[in-house]
Structure formats: C-alpha cells, structure tokens
Ligand binder design. Sequence first.
Ligand SMILES: Nc1ncnc2c1ncn2[C@@H]1O[C@H](COP(=O)(O)OP(=O)(O)O)[C@@H](O)[C@H]1O
Ligand SMILES: [Mg+2]
Length: 244
Amino acid sequence: MISIAVHSYKGGTGKTNVCINLAAHAAISGKKVCILELDLDAPNLHNLFKNDKGKWINDYLEGRVNLDDVLVDASRAAGKKKIEMKIALANPSIDAVRRNMSADRNQQLLALKRLMAARQSLEKFDYVFIDTSPGVNYSSINAVLSADRIVLISRPDTFDIDGTKRMLSEFYGGLQKKAGLVINRAVGEDGGAAAKSIDMPLLSIIPCYCELAHNRSNGIFIADNPKHEFAGHISKILERTLLL
Ligand SMILES: Nc1ncnc2c1ncn2[C@@H]1O[C@H](COP(=O)(O)OP(=O)(O)O)[C@@H](O)[C@H]1O
Ligand SMILES: [Mg+2]
C-alpha cells in the first residue's frame, strides 16, 4: 500500500478535486483504492459519497470505533463500471468541526497515533489518497506525517507561491518526505514561471479549465469526462508521484 496526501498552503487550490480524481483514476485502472477525508475543518465529500454507516473518520481518530466501521462503499462513484473504492468521510456537523479546531495537544497526538495505526487496516488497498486541510494546522500536519508521498498544490498566485515556498522550507524541509508539485489553474505562461520558482519536482501544470469550474464539484470529473485533457494530467500526476 502507498499513501498519498494532497496538500496546499492555501484553500481553494484544487486539493479535493485532484484527490478524488486521482483516486477514481487509480480505481478505474483496476486498483483497490481508499480515500481518507482529513480536511476536518471544512468537510466536503459527504456531498458526493453517501455515508450509510453514520460513523465518521472523526470517530476513528478520537478512538471510539475501528477504521473498518467508518469505511463507506464508493464502488459506484465512477458511474456504471464498478470500482474498488472505499472512503472515510469527515463529519460535516459544525459541532464536530469546532471540536476538531479546539483539540488540545493530547487529542492531536491521539489522532496522529490512530492515523499511524490505521496503516494496518489500510494494507488491503493498493493506494490510499488523503484529502487535507490547507496550511499547517494539526490535522494537515498529521496527514502529511502519515503519508508516503505528498502532492503539493499551488496556484500561480503570488500569495499562494510565497506561502508554498515558506511551508516547504520551514515545514517540509525537516521531514524528508517524497513530495512533488502541481501548479493548478494556470493561465498562459504563469504556470511555468510559478513552477520554476518553487524548488520541488514538478508533477504537472494544470490549466484553468472552465469546464471544471462549471462542474461545480458536482461529481468526479474524469469519471464523466474520461477523454478530457484534465484526465491526462491526473494520470501523469499519479505516475510521477509513484516515481518520486
Ligand atoms: N484546473 C482547474 N480549472 C478550473 N477550476 C478548477 C480547477 N481545479 C479546481 N477547480 C475548481 O476550484 C474550486 C476549488 O477546488 P477544490 O478542489 O475544492 O479546492 P480545495 O480542496 O483545495 O479547497 C472547485 O470549484 C473546483 O472545481
Ligand atoms: Mg478541499
């Protein structure tokens, strides 16, 4: 099993979209895939995947249930073709979000221990994709620490690039993680310039696609549009991430 966390400095860079499309791409290619939604500050994926278990990854991280108790079936997520995909969803209730944000040091450490221990239940998958919250709050740090590979996403935006560089030198620098860069929502030549300014192996420069924006996060884009250029970027990102 190889786990891949999708992370960024800022929100809205395209983490969730890239994460679920990477997962769908791997699953459609015949791999056994799991998604962990670790953006506990702003859960999204309950909009796309039905939680018929009524348990959340928060319950696992807080020590109340086993991981298998929260893994929801997502085998129909790519349309007609059945895929091998499960997902652990984050609890979207405002109460759960607030509890996560105010977690003390002991609770944060327990969550990290639980995440590390999850590896045992996750060994049955080929790939585990982890959607994270932006920046360096405790849940994204835990996600990054637990992952084998990191896909770090930045838009070609001055604030975003500056934050990504600082996060690289001040946080990633000491971790010795296998990490690669995706520049997302590039327009014209700005993606190439952004990629050159960030000292990381480049995985892909994804243009800004109106079709993706218009999709309004209403599904897994490559499942509905397998021939779209974006699917080629997703395939390249996975291939290069595995070679890091
Ligand atoms: N390459 C792209 N072109 C156009 N829109 C994009 C692109 N990548 C992501 N988006 C859109 O940007 C918005 C934010 O993406 P999302 O994956 O939710 O970001 P994050 O998880 O980092 O907050 C979504 O509406 C998504 O469809
Ligand atoms: Mg997100």
